[in-house]
Design a protein around this ligand. Structure first.
Ligand code: TXA
Ligand code: MG
Length: 330
């Protein structure tokens, strides 16, 4: 199949494709998603196939507004309502109990909860509103690879496997949404993102636990997806926590360095990719950098700068730890 690029003017074509059970990748403020009609089981199954994703890893359900979510969610508590009013549309995904039989089990992976997301991208919200049904929205990458932050990243991974890609330019945040589980007490952040657990705790005036340590193991069935290999280019990624350690890396044809401008100015490497000036630009650029060197087969090791400070540091390091399988420069 030929994969088309679509834009604002082609919205109706995208709606028609989704209605006929085809896959359409869509932009969000975090990363690009892979869309299918969430109420069409056959279409949803194609998403797992196109991504090469294990079928027990549930899919996020992307809605155009709160009213659409309420058709599929149970127990929309006052805290859920508060979070929606404050953060939607935006990079916060909330886990709620699913209404019985309102969605195919291919979406939920057989769980009794669903992760709902309302992205801050007008084109995508308009698409879903016109469709009048939610779309599933995993990141639009081949399973195990870094999430796509441009339409071209999507094309690289899924060309020929999906009907279309809606292009709305590079994404803004660059890391996937924060996921908060509201079905447990205390609430738990299952995946850190731009909106931090401490911000959510302050806002709700309640304890919010962080579960990123636990969900990276196989033991917690709550988030089965978290147990799989993730964000991994073919080369070995090594995290460099201390800026000064870049001076100890010996430059070579088969190594690459991903770091802030300042580090790249102070050291000289033949293969490099800039993370920009701070943790915000670094979060925006991380997946692009990993993909850039993944396409250069001669690169065997990628040294990537780590960050300890800044609101985005936990989210950034969560992705980087996974792509490096925990390997740090020592
Ligand atoms: O920013 C984002 O959230 C992006 C954009 C495209 O919206 N989407 C995204 O989807 O990152 P995905 O599938 O790549 O990551 C969602 C994660 C998966 O690890 C999945 O296992 C978990 O959320 N998840 C989905 N539904 C769940 C559920 N009911 N319970 C626990 N974890 C769930
Ligand atoms: Mg993903």
């Amino acid at each position: 199949m030929e994969t088309k690029f679509l834009s604002q003017a082609d919205l109706q074509e995208a709606v028609d494709l989704l209605n006929s059970g085809e896959l359409v990748a869509f932009p969000t403020e975090t990363v690009y998603g892979l869309g299918a009609d969430a109420t069409n089981e056959i279409a949803v199954k194609k998403v797992y196939q196109a991504k090469g994703r294990p079928s027990d890893n549930p899919l996020i359900v992307t809605v155009s507004d709160e009213a659409m979510m309420r058709e599929y969610a149970n127990q929309v508590t006052s805290d859920a309502k508060k979070l929606i009013d404050q953060y939607w549309p935006g990079p916060l995904t909330i886990l709620l109990p699913v209404k019985n039989n309102s969605l195919p089990s291919a979406v939920t992976g057989g769980l009794s909860t669903v992760a709902f997301r309302n992205p801050a991208d007008n084109l995508t919200r308009e698409l879903i509103a016109k469709l009048q049904k939610p779309i599933v929205g995993p990141s639009a990458n081949t399973s195990t690879k870094p999430s796509p932050t441009t339409a071209n990243h999507v094309k690289h991974d899924l060309d020929g496997k999906i009907a279309a890609i809606m292009d709305n330019g590079p994404t803004k945040v660059g890391l996937e949404s924060t996921i908060i589980d509201l079905t447990v007490d205390p609430y738990v952040v299952l995946r850190p993102g731009q909106i931090s657990a401490s911000e959510l705790a302050d806002f709700l005036g309640k304890e919010v636990q962080i579960n990123q340590g636990k969900i990276s193991t196989d033991t917690i069935p709550k988030a089965p997806g978290m147990k799989y290999r993730h964000y991994a280019p073919s080369a070995q990624v090594i995290i460099v926590d201390n800026e000064n350690d870049f001076t100890e890396i010996t430059d070579a044809d088969d190594i690459a360095v991903v770091a802030l401008d300042q580090v790249l100015q102070d050291n000289s490497f033949r293969n490099y990719f800039s993370l920009g000036t701070d943790i915000v630009s670094a979060s925006h650029n991380l997946f692009d950098a990993l993909r850039f060197f993944d396409n250069q087969k001669e690169i065997k090791t990628i040294y990537v700068q780590g960050f300890k400070n800044g609101d985005l540091a936990p989210a950034y390091m969560n992705r980087l730890e996974k792509s490096a399988a925990g390997k740090h420069f020592a």
